[in-house]
Design a binder for this molecule. Structure first.
Ligand code: HEC
Length: 104
């Protein structure tokens, strides 16, 4: 149990484990297609704002995770918590902050 717990704490020091590789591929696909329909396939922005690292430098990871999970009330950004878990949202935010690369 202690070993499992410390395994979750390696990496960037957060307590989140990464989603498994297959799920990462699905999430990146979803990012380009579902999210891309508003934020642009290359995430440069469209109906929704740019999600490129330069556009997100001033944004907290917690804030971005919350927007993905809960959406923005009264704005077209929908909540995704029915499809995307907290762990997955945290992972997606890291991808967005670092620049999205397709998972092999
Ligand atoms: C129907 C259109 C639409 C879809 C689909 C959509 N978004 Fe958004 N998103 C928006 C809009 C519009 C905003 C700006 C909301 C506001 O006014 O604050 C936004 C805001 C955001 C923000 C906050 C950006 C910032 O700088 O504050 C993030 C992060 C985000 N979206 C991620 C996603 C992700 C990830 C997905 C897919 C899982 C997604 N969005 C799907 C329309 C959309």
């Amino acid at each position: 149990m202690a070993a499992l717990f410390s395994a979750l704490l390696v990496g960037d020091g957060s307590a989140w484990a990464d989603p498994p590789p297959d799920r990462k591929r699905e999430l990146i696909y979803q990012l380009r297609h579902d999210c891309g329909s508003c934020h642009g396939m290359t995430l440069k922005g469209g109906l929704g704002p740019s999600l490129l690292p330069t556009a997100l430098v001033d944004r907290d990871k917690e804030y971005l995770q919350e927007v993905i999970l809960s959406g923005v009330p009264g704005r077209p950004m929908p909540p995704w918590r029915f499809e995307i878990s907290e762990t997955e949202a945290a992972w997606l935010v890291r991808q967005l902050k670092e620049g999205v690369e397709d998972v092999q």
